[in-house]
Ligand binder design. Sequence first.
Ligand SMILES: Cc1cc2nc3c(=O)[nH]c(=O)nc-3n(C[C@H](O)[C@H](O)[C@H](O)COP(=O)(O)OP(=O)(O)OC[C@H]3O[C@@H](n4cnc5c(N)ncnc54)[C@H](O)[C@@H]3O)c2cc1C
Length: 441
Amino acid sequence: MPTKFVLIGSGLAGGLLAAYLGRRGYEVDLYERRADPREGNIVGGRSINLAISTRGIHALEQIGIADEALRHAIPMRGRMIHDKSGTLHFAPYDVDPKKCINSIGRASLNTAVIEAAQRYPNVRVYFNHKCTEVDLAEPTCHLETDTGKLTVRADAVIGVDGAFSAVRASMQRNIDNFQYDESYLAHGYKELTIPPASDGSWRIEKNALHIWPRKSFMMIALPNPDGSFTCTLFWEFEGPRSFATTKTDDDIQHFFDEEFPDAVPLMPTLLEDFRNNPTGSLVTIRCAPWYHRDKVCLLGDAAHAVVPFYGQGMNAAFEDCVVLDECLEKFANDRDHAFAEYFSRRKENADALADLAIGNFIEMRDKTASSAFRAKKKLDHFLEAALPGVYLPLYAMVTFSRIPYAEAARRARLQDQILYAALITIILIGVLVIAVLLGHS
Ligand SMILES: Cc1cc2nc3c(=O)[nH]c(=O)nc-3n(C[C@H](O)[C@H](O)[C@H](O)COP(=O)(O)OP(=O)(O)OC[C@H]3O[C@@H](n4cnc5c(N)ncnc54)[C@H](O)[C@@H]3O)c2cc1C
């Protein structure tokens, strides 16, 4: 009998993992609490579009669906910074203009991975099935549907059920010394819209990720294939000027007129969107271990939710699928070892990404507005071009390579130390030369 996996959650990583496991010949039953995304029931309040880059694309390529999934994706070649006066500054992501991140619709990507999984006859997907509990020892999953409850048994259960994972909650309750840490940013987010122009075109530069950096908060916008942009305002929940204190239409209008004057004329549904769209929270989750013997395992946000500022949460979840697949191949008859190796290869990197993502929030909302930031980016690109393969900016390592996140962070720290030491040495030599010249005159 082939091994049977039960997967909980058919979000982005659940669908992709089901395809990988299906390709390996396992029996796979995937249970999702929501309705089929093809029926238009995509999660309200989550990001409508996301940035997919090298790691995520590689995972799609490995299963042969990259072209199909990226059919409607829109390349974004750099950041378009909008200052308060409406002046624009474009900062390319890389010295190579071909390197870009891609804006992709969550719903269409979710559909692409689920359909890829369903092409394997040994994969079955059940919507409207909510997991409430997992018995780790068996393992069995307890599920609720509109018509009643059921219990399913498997050789292994994988929790791909997102940041508030029910599978992880069962592990927390039943594994001694299970480590768990969740921390929320003081900022929440709200999605708003810039609709297409009357001829269906994009009303601001299509091939860029737009940022309105305002020091302690910011708004960003990513393009959609229909000519619209989805804007996301990241703003403090509480405080003198915050979501909490901005209640009336006048408050909202006043805040936007003051902070984002060039965007306001492009947002005819601003007040409606602001009132009707939920305010989401931003959580980082770290836990350990991500597995229990050969019975239960966690993947994607269920194991390591990160804040979205590096655009890597889904990319990292897709990379998890590749690594778990490699581990299951390496230890084909020893799932316990496969899960252990997967955990040891991914944990350090997930922790590093969590730190990088928080760091990038400060960079995006505050530093991108400064000329020092733009000068550092230019220096990065100069050094990358001058020292190919030797100097790689952190952003390029995270976004355009598959260098493990932890190694990228370490290498960037070392590069910065060398760079700053070199700059100080150059300045000291310059001062010395001037002093000597002055001494001679
Ligand atoms: C505002 C925002 C912007 C983002 N932008 C980016 C970006 O640009 N690039 C990027 O790479 N990442 C981005 N992310 C992160 C990305 O959304 C997540 O990392 C990614 O969705 C994780 O995929 P997942 O499959 O692990 O979890 P999810 O996508 O959350 O899927 C989990 C699935 O499990 C289901 N589920 C949950 N509980 C149960 C249960 N009890 N029983 C059954 N099913 C259940 C859910 O309904 C859902 O379908 C962003 C996140 C946010 C919040």
